[in-house]
Design a protein around this ligand. Structure first.
Ligand SMILES: Cc1ncc(COP(=O)(O)O)c(C=O)c1O
Length: 397
């Protein structure tokens, strides 16, 4: 018995901060080294011809798993909790989305997709699923239990993203999941915004919980990572699909994900605190019509967030009172600490103008909308930078 095993509490009782530092680690299986080694591996050799023919051994080929991929899968599974029956590691968040959809759907099926879904997920449905005879209907993200009315006999899946990563509408996931399951459909969710520390997607009825690990898990804007966690009902199909499509994550990026996981809880706590502080500050600015941050009391979706979520990340948007486009651009160009870039979840702050594609509903918040990712810089410096942006906006009106 190792020191860690002797008298350790059952893993399910550990707090999130403890879980992320211990999950998936087994130092004494690796000569005592704290971290699992990074296996750069394809071919695996057998000792004898008999062993080769019988396929004797724990591993068989780099694509099919190494101690490094196992460490990451186990870590994610432990963090997700007991409802998680399988984890697939993919080369990007978008690959996680497409693999999750393909593992559930087949020709002749119908899928319901939230109108607030990440743009490239929509493109995958419109281009690839359509080509394979799978029909997509986009629905109002605020639909809740009303999703039942959109179910057709061939509706096999409901795809959700909460909050929408550009428009920040919260979805009533338990109500949607109950209606979908009643109909025999499975539920997919892009849970990148909150991740498993702040939203227990599988406990709330989701069957395939998708994360772009590129964001908070990697956490440093230097790796592309996709992760899908599956309920028992979806586990085998997910594993079979990822395996048949030859999808795997590179060992360097697995290591980035494992390394990022260890500090995820403490980083998220800071993203949350600074994000809420900036959101509150913005909500009092005369130039701002409203702030779209589910964790902010009074903001749209706050009730659902409070009921279902354990925390908020650092991504949200705010809506300016109507100003000419050149004033919006002057605001963005007037910022020096916020990079102008589309991804998020790294240590650094970002700002972009929001341009949301919708087909089932209209996103019309009443003015130009700007999305911020609040990073790990000093929050006073970040607020001072926004002040400079507002000065540039005023000068350009
Ligand atoms: C909500 C959301 N889901 C998925 C993705 C795709 O992730 P990746 O960039 O790792 O492919 C993104 C990327 O911006 C995203 O914002």
């Amino acid at each position: 018995m190792t020191k860690a095993e002797a008298g350790a509490p059952p893993h399910t009782e550990l707090k999130p901060e403890t879980k992320v530092t211990t999950a998936g680690r087994n130092p004494h299986a690796h000569h005592g080294y704290v971290n699992t080694p990074v296996y750069h591996a394809s071919t695996l050799l057998y000792r004898t011809a008999e062993d080769y023919i019988a396929g004797n051994g724990r591993y068989s080929y780099g694509r099919q798993g190494t101690p490094t991929s196992e460490a990451l899968e186990t870590a994610v599974q432990e963090i997700e909790g007991p409802q998680c029956a399988a984890v697939a590691l993919l080369p990007s968040g978008l690959a996680a989305i497409s693999t999750a959809l393909l593992s559930i759907l087949q020709t002749g099926d119908h899928v319901l997709v939230s109108d607030s879904a990440y743009g490239p997920a929509r493109t995958f449905c419109d281009n690839v699923l359509e080509r394979y005879g799978i029909e997509t209907t986009y629905y109002d993200p605020a639909i809740g239990a009303g999703i039942a009315a959109l179910m057709r006999p061939n509706t096999a899946a409901v795809y959700t993203e909460s909050p929408g990563s550009l428009t920040f509408e919260m979805q009533d996931i338990p109500a949607i999941a109950a209606a979908a399951h009643e109909h025999g459909a499975l539920v997919l969710m892009d849970n990148t915004w909150a991740g498993p520390l702040y939203f227990k997607a599988l406990d709330k009825g989701v069957d395939l919980s998708i994360q772009s690990g590129t964001k908070y898990i990697g956490g440093h804007s230097d790796a592309m990572i996709g992760i899908v966690s599956a309920s028992k009902a979806a586990a085998q199909r997910l594993k079979d699909t990822a395996y048949s499509m030859g999808l795997c994550l590179g060992p360097g990026d697995m290591n980035m994900a494992l390394r990022g996981l260890r500090t995820l809880a403490v980083r998220l706590r800071q993203h949350q605190a600074s994000g809420l502080k900036v959101a509150e500050w913005l909500s009092k600015r005369p130039e701002v019509l409203k702030v779209l941050h589910p964790g902010l009391p009074g903001a749209p979706g706050h009730d659902i967030w409070k009921r279902d979520y354990l925390g908020a990340s650092g991504l949200f948007a705010f809506v300016l009172k109507p100003v000419p486009q050149k004033a919006v651009l002057a605001f963005l160009n007037g910022l020096s600490l916020y990079g102008l870039g589309a991804s998020w979840g790294g240590f650094e702050s970002l700002a972009i103008p929001v341009d949301a594609t919708r087909t089932a509903t209209k996103f019309d918040p009443g003015g130009p909308s700007i999305r911020l990712h609040i990073g790990l810089e000093d929050v006073g410096d970040l607020i001072a930078d926004l002040e400079r942006g507002f000065a540039a906006l005023a000068a350009a009106r």
